[in-house]
Design a protein around this ligand. Structure first.
Ligand code: FAD
Ligand code: ZN
Length: 471
């Protein structure tokens, strides 16, 4: 039966694009190397018609599919399970920009396009495509949309969802839905596009998308500020909104321990101003007038913040190289914590106004439960999103910590998030890692509606089963 399916798949995509042997770890292992599955085959279709034919063949054979882009997802959603019975459908070969529409400020692209290549294509055409995250050199736009990725520019431009006007989808029945409209207004019934965005491959396969383009700002300036507490960081955010308006394109917070790990493992990056303060903030101001105007705005903001004592000290990058160095420090936090040893990761969101109270309370609960525990706390404060990670005590074994304390730590953090009416997954999604937590924390009414949608669009459970929802 499986041999017949493999032969059919070879007939659709060409034998070279159906991989069944050799080292398939690039497709079978997750990015964080926390899980490894086994695929029946990895199939790499070259166009939408081939994707549709592959889906039809798999559904007919009773075989489920796992869509995959760059395999950089962080919740174990893009790799097959361990059964050896699932087909990984990789969009890697579908990487063409189909069209640019300058007057409509849109581009239509295939799902396998690498995010960075789309930023470059937009720039070449004289535009900005603002989605930006540390995995941009290897993640794909299909994966970004399937996970509704966030990143560092959300405070101004929104999540991947806000940047997408239309999608082309191969349904769980192998039909093609051309929803590639470039319309900014369209109230003709249920929003099908938004069902597929953020569905993590569980409803259908995104094969192409029409994305929004923006004018390139005349200047982008970056500042780094030491703040005396999380509450002061929130006050600074309010001031930044007032002073910079739509110019505020990034507002990241970084705890002292997170920065000390960067300093320890990458001393060449020379982390500024962090030694005598619990938090630092990285701010970006994009200006459509001029660099000097952006600089003046920044200086006025920082003067006010220094007067209000919500900033202790600050530096404004002199040039793009310095700005990139500051962003590089922020983006090195995940790598520095990996160097330090495994830790327990959370990607949570809370209303910005309640974040200081949340951090104070949850830090205390964790310290009481596990004396000496260390918080790698950083994230997109402008969006109320923290990567609130928990590292073993300094003398502890990080592997044993993960094995023995993960469940307890997760319960403390997620219960605290719930008590602040927050979300247990702000940007990385649910995948298979957070299935049980989702069930526990989302209301039965919401879970019931989600199951109804899944059943209506994918009645045979062919699309990424046991991700987001348990089969
Ligand atoms: P994959 O990992 O291949 O897939 C992710 C999910 O989407 C899976 O469930 C998969 O089945 C599904 N999928 C993939 N392609 C399709 C498709 N075409 N159609 C339907 N379903 C599909 N995320 C953020 O939101 N913000 C960040 O700042 C951020 N930073 C990151 C930094 C690093 C270093 C890394 C490794 C990851 C980061 N992420 C971040 C996680 C983020 O989800 C991914 O990087 C990215 O959005 C996933 O794209 P991908 O192509 O790698 O998708
Ligand atoms: Zn993030």
């Amino acid at each position: 039966m499986n041999d017949a399916l493999i032969n059919t798949l070879r007939g659709i995509t060409g034998a070279a694009n159906v991989l069944t042997e050799g080292d398939l770890s690039a497709w079978e292992q997750d990015w964080r190397k926390r899980a490894r599955g086994k695929a029946l085959a990895v199939v790499r279709p070259g166009n939408t018609a081939e994707v549709a034919a592959v889906v039809k063949a798999c559904v007919a054979a009773g075989v489920s599919l796992v869509p995959q882009g760059g395999n950089t997802g962080l919740v174990v959603g893009a790799i097959p399970d361990e059964s050896g019975t699932q087909v990984v459908l990789s969009l890697q070969r579908m990487n063409n920009v189909r069209s640019m529409d300058a007057a409509n400020l849109t581009m239509t692209v295939e799902a396998g396009c690498i995010l960075q290549s789309l930023q470059e294509a937009a720039e070449k055409a004289g535009f900005l495509f603002p989605l930006s995250l540390a995995a941009e050199g290897s993640c794909t736009i299909g994966g970004n949309l399937a996970t509704n990725a966030g990143g560092t520019q959300v405070v101004r431009y929104g999540n991947a969802r806000e940047l997408c006007l239309g999608v082309e989808v191969v349904t769980a029945q192998g039909e093609i839905w051309d929803g590639l409209t470039g319309l900014r207004k369209d109230n003709t019934g249920y929003d099908l596009r938004d069902l597929f965005i953020g569905s993590e491959g569980t409803l259908g396969i995104i094969t192409a998308a029409t994305l929004k383009l923006y004018p390139i700002p005349a200047a982008r300036l970056t500042a780094w500020a030491a703040v005396p507490s999380m509450a002061h960081a929130v006050t600074l955010l309010g001031l930044a909104h007032q002073h910079l308006g739509a110019g505020l394109t990034g507002f990241e917070v970084m705890g002292q321990f997170a920065l000390s790990l960067v300093d320890k493992h990458f001393p060449q990056l020379r982390v500024p101003l962090y030694k005598d303060t619990p938090f630092c903030v990285l701010l970006e101001n994009s200006d459509h007038e001029s660099e000097s105007h952006a600089r003046e705005q920044f200086e006025r903001l920082l003067e006010t913040a220094l007067e209000n004592e919500c900033v202790l000290d600050a530096v404004v990058a002199e040039n793009l190289t310095q700005a990139n160095q500051l962003w590089h420090i922020r983006e090195s936090i995940p790598l520095a914590q990996a160097e330090e040893g495994l830790n327990i990761k959370h990607d949570i969101s809370i209303a910005v106004s309640r974040i200081p109270e949340f951090v104070e309370k949850t830090d205390r609960l964790l310290a009481d439960a596990i004396p000496g525990v260390r918080m790698v706390n950083f994230g997109h404060l402008g969006d109320g999103n923290l990567h609130y990670n928990v590292q073993a005590p300094a003398d502890g074994d990080s592997k044993a910590f993960l094995r023995d304390r993960e469940e307890e730590v997760n319960t403390i953090v997620y219960d605290s998030v719930a008590s602040f009416e927050g979300s247990i997954s702000a940007e990385h999604g649910v995948g298979s890692l957070k299935l049980d937590k989702l069930e526990h924390h989302k209301s039965p009414v919401a879970m019931g509606m989600m199951r109804a949608i899944k059943h209506a669009l994918d009645p045979t459970n062919a699309m990424n089963p046991n991700r987001v929802l348990r089969a």
